[in-house]
Ligand binder design. Structure first.
Ligand code: ZN
Length: 258
């Protein structure tokens, strides 16, 4: 007879203690989306859970549905990847927290999106395997906005619709999420734009058009990285209507160090 409950691949987004022995865990699950469950007795050293229900862990969970309420009961967990480096280095931890915080802000319970699951896994794995953290965060965000339905427009000017490349200089209107050509920037009454070079636009547009398994070919550094992080930060703050605290912390530190 098979074990009771359902089984899904999941990434731990949040965990906290509940009472003496239990833990409450929020996951992002393949097929299901975000979900919160209680692991009874997880704080006692039990074979079922020990060292598994940690922040950022990628695992398979088995759970049963509650009779009432919406918190499932986590029966068992099997670890696929622990992403242990993300919990051992402060800078990696903060970078992974940006990914975690964006995911918690932008997703709803039980609204499954396997593209989003893959992106989340890609982000954590890229940090774990030592790719430069700020580049990973820039590439993660450009994909993230697309995944939640707000792909920044990098292919034509917001105001005159001329395709990118027709004119030399561009900026980015973070309220509209679009590039604006030099001529349209000088129109009266228009919102100010962030500076954005052609090279940065090309890299970010390339990231939009590449599958996740090819993103490691893209390199952002120096002023390109700075421009990309700045536009993504301002666009995200406008779109999500809130500050992503971990991103602000990391960006401030990055820009101070330049
Ligand atoms: Zn224009």
């Amino acid at each position: 007879m098979s074990e009771p409950g359902k089984e899904f691949a999941a990434i731990v987004l949040d965990c906290h203690d509940h009472g003496e022995a239990d833990q409450i865990i929020t996951f992002y699950c393949r097929d299901i989306g975000r979900m919160t469950g209680i692991a009874k007795g997880a704080k006692r050293s039990q074979k079922r859970f020990v060292n598994k229900l940690e922040l950022f862990s990628f695992l398979s969970i088995r759970y049963t549905e509650p009779r009432r309420g919406n918190m499932v009961f986590i029966v068992e967990a099997e670890l696929f990847e622990s992403f242990i480096r993300l919990r051992q280095s402060m800078s990696l931890y903060v970078a992974a927290t940006v990914i975690r915080e964006l995911t918690l802000v932008a997703t709803r319970d039980l609204d499954g999106d396997n593209g989003f699951f893959s992106l989340l896994h890609w982000g954590l794995q890229s940090l774990e395997t030592g790719r430069p953290a700020m580049t990973v965060l820039a590439l993660f965000q450009i994909k993230f906005f697309e995944q939640i339905g707000y792909r920044p427009n990098l292919s034509s000017c917001l105001r005159c619709n001329q395709p990118f490349g027709a004119i030399r200089d561009y900026g980015f209107d973070s309220r509209a999420g679009s590039i604006v050509c030099r001529y349209c920037q000088t129109e009266r009454g228009q919102a100010p734009v962030l500076p954005l070079s052609q090279g940065t636009i090309k890299i970010l547009a390339s990231a939009q058009n590449q599958p996740l398994n090819r993103l490691h070919r893209l390199h952002l550094s120096g002023s390109s990285l700075h421009e990309a992080l700045s536009l993504l930060y301002h666009y995200g703050r406008h779109l999500l209507q809130r500050e992503i605290c971990s991103l602000k912390l990391l960006s401030d530190a990055h820009w101070r160090g330049r």
